[in-house]
Design a protein around this ligand. Structure first.
Ligand code: ACO
Length: 157
């Protein structure tokens, strides 16, 4: 719904506001992992009618490189182009903060995410083999495929 998308405001979450775990847990099922990277990250939220319906998290890896650690859209708002808007906002924000490259990691089983990121110009740069087996308590399946490896994708900005 393009008209709804026009009414979306994306802004950084302030330190006084509650972290939107309901959104972040859609992209990362373990709260401990989320809390670890939130300590040194900036959180951005997409607001529609006073409600956070999407979020992304930027985590600096160095002075020149930043990682999107989490990107998520509330289930009922998915597949309406909001993920694409969040991704391009993350790229814009990273550029504005003077990073030279931005990266994102997703599972080998995350077909829609691999599509979305490559369409936005990210290219596969590394594979963290067995990442999901080694770091998550329970096996994860998506699209009938086990999430085993983390595919890292990067984009020069
Ligand atoms: N297979 C292929 N392409 C798909 C699929 C699919 N199953 N589903 C959607 N797409 C396409 C859409 O058609 C669209 O393509 P187009 O630009 O050619 O029209 C494109 O993907 C982007 O669609 P959006 O509507 O912008 O994406 P959405 O708003 O649904 O957001 C997101 C994508 C963030 C991945 C959302 O689905 C989500 O929150 N998923 C759950 C959490 C998640 O998996 N987050 C990412 C984990 S990795 C990380 O956080 C670093």
């Amino acid at each position: 719904m393009i008209s709804d998308n026009l009414n979306i405001i994306i802004r950084e979450l302030s330190s006084e506001e509650n972290v939107p775990y309901n959104l972040l847990l859609l992209a990362d099922p373990e709260k401990e992992m989320i809390d670890e990277y939130l300590e040194s990250s900036r959180v951005y939220v997409a607001i529609l009618n006073d409600t956070a319906i999407g979020a992304y998290v930027l985590y600096p890896l160095s002075n020149s490189s930043v990682e999107i650690k989490n990107i998520a859209v509330k289930e009922e708002h998915q597949n309406k182009g909001i993920g694409k808007i969040l991704l391009s906002d993350a790229i814009r924000e990273a550029k504005e903060k003077r990073f030279q490259s931005i990266c994102i990691g997703t599972a080998n089983s995350s077909i829609a995410q691999l599509y979305l990121y490559q369409k936005a110009g990210f290219e596969v740069t590394a594979i963290k083999r067995n990442f999901f087996i080694d770091n998550y308590a329970l096996p994860i399946y998506e699209n009938g495929i086990q999430a085993k490896h983390m595919i890292m994708l990067s984009k020069e900005i």
